[in-house]
Design a protein around this ligand. Structure first.
Ligand SMILES: [Zn+2]
Length: 466
């Protein structure tokens, strides 16, 4: 029979299985894998890897019309520039953090209202498929039934910052929120740094005259991360809620998670590229502020532990935490070790850097690469197997990966409006040549062919069994 499109001769890498096979695609889905097939269109892919499109479950994109309402600088990618960056790097699905914003009277939106606004704002912009994580800035003040309503609305998780000392201090509200999430089958995403310890460490640095951004790592010690990870594990133990620790950065925190998982607790671990590729020596550079993300860059031993954790399956996902600022905004001399702007652009570089630094030298296998860049996020956020696999019935989200292609990172000429990359000058081998999102070519021979608004919002698959 004839399909809309046949991809010929690629090595297909899907969780647990690798083989050279043709891929038949119809109506945006994978219709046949291997065997005899013909297509209305054909794409020759000999010598390329066919990988499940990347799923970056942690981004900070800001839809148009929002930045104008704020009186301070904000992340510079909207869902269109963010989509372009994602696609250029092999990513076809993102999970974005949705923050409540103040209205004209200064009253903060409810999480549900923020989601409604972002669903409308992102739809005309996104070219990747997308889902949203509502950020709960004040769990104690949630409208009754809000967690259940968000889950029923199709949103797979909620995000809470334990780095906010007021949020962390209200244990009753945290536990009630996590219990509601457990009942609704929602994942609880937690930023794990102890807010009270951060406040104390920051105050002390400023008082000692050591407030320069170069001391950012000292303002956010490993002990603060470990303390908050222990709180997160306690929440999983006491409520049964699935907790997902975003951007885990240290060996000590990873150890705690490993023990919790061994004890059967539903604790998921995400790390981000910064901690796999860079260490705190970067803060000795003159433009130290460009490396600021929270938690901060750690020691070489932490970096090694995270790679080992990826190889051992102790780390579930590598997500970008794409939070792009212009270099001018990052290097603003008015900022200090406490107020420095957190986050970097990483959507376009996440997969190529992980492939080049991870798969090529043998730190992780190709199968593990696919797990941590796609399949695991799909499973955790209830999108599997529609997303996260190259299998009959799955969406035809495919990165046709050229393992031999070399490129030097140059953020000034990449898709993010950030205009720089923390990896500028790095030699990276292994890039997507073409990318399909639901069967549509969105990157064709290194040329972006995506259009804004073609991305679809993704509702989680039913209610997962907690
Ligand atoms: Zn983040």
């Amino acid at each position: 029979m004839g399909f809309d499109l046949v991809i010929r001769g690629a090595t297909v890498v899907t969780p647990g299985h690798t083989e050279t096979a043709d891929i038949g695609i119809s109506d945006g889905r994978i219709a046949q894998l291997g065997g005899v097939m013909t297509g209305a269109e054909e794409l020759a892919a000999g010598g390329l890897l066919a990988l499940p499109g990347g799923i970056d479950a942690h981004t900070h994109l800001v839809h148009q019309g929002l930045s104008g309402r704020l009186d301070s600088p904000i992340w510079v990618d909207d869902f269109w520039s963010g989509s372009r960056a994602a696609i250029a790097g092999g990513i076809t699905t993102i999970g974005n953090m949705t923050y409540p914003m103040p209205d004209d009277e200064g009253t903060e939106e409810t999480p549900g209202a923020a989601i409604a606004r972002e669903l409308a704002g992102a739809a005309p912009e996104a070219a990747v498929d997308w889902f949203l994580h509502p950020v709960l800035t004040d769990p104690a003040a949630l409208p009754p039934g809000e967690i259940a309503a968000l889950a029923a609305g199709g949103h797979p998780g909620i995000k809470i910052f334990l780095s906010d000392p007021d949020v962390a201090a209200d244990e009753a509200a945290l536990l009630a929120t996590a219990s509601a999430a457990r009942a609704a089958g929602s994942v609880v995403l937690l930023h794990c740094e102890d807010g009270a310890m951060l406040r104390q460490a920051g105050k002390q640095l400023i008082a000692e005259g050591r407030g320069a951004v170069a001391n950012f790592p000292a303002a956010r010690p490993v002990a603060a991360e470990v303390a908050a990870v222990e709180v997160a594990i306690g929440i999983a133990r006491r409520t049964g809620a699935r907790v997902y620790i975003v951007h885990l950065s240290s060996a000590a925190a990873l150890d705690r998670c490993r023990q919790a998982r061994a004890a059967g607790l539903p604790v998921y671990v995400e790390t981000r590229p910064l901690y796999l590729h860079l260490t705190r020596e970067r803060f000795a550079e003159p433009d130290a502020a460009k490396y600021v993300g929270a938690p901060p860059l750690r020691e070489e031993s932490d970096r090694e532990a995270l790679w080992a954790g990826l190889a051992a399956g102790d780390v579930d996902t590598v997500c970008s935490d794409h939070a792009p600022w212009t270099l001018d905004d990052k290097l603003d001399p008015a900022l200090n070790a406490v107020t420095a702007r957190q986050g970097v652009a990483d959507l376009e570089t996440l997969m190529p850097m992980l492939y080049s630094e991870g798969v090529r030298p043998g730190r992780i296998s190709l199968d593990q690469f696919v797990e941590v860049t796609s399949a695991n996020a799909a499973r955790i956020f209830s999108l599997y197997p529609r997303k996260g696999a190259i299998a009959v019935g799955s969406d035809a989200d495919i990165a046709l990966w050229d393992p031999g292609h070399r490129r030097t990172i140059d953020g000034a000429h990449m898709q993010s409006r950030s205009g720089y990359s923390v990896y500028d000058g790095w030699q990276v081998q292994g890039w997507p040549r073409s990318v399909l999102r639901r069967g549509q070519l969105v990157l064709a021979d290194n040329q972006l062919t995506a259009r804004p608004g073609d991305g679809q919002w993704l509702r989680r698959n039913g209610t997962p069994v907690p």
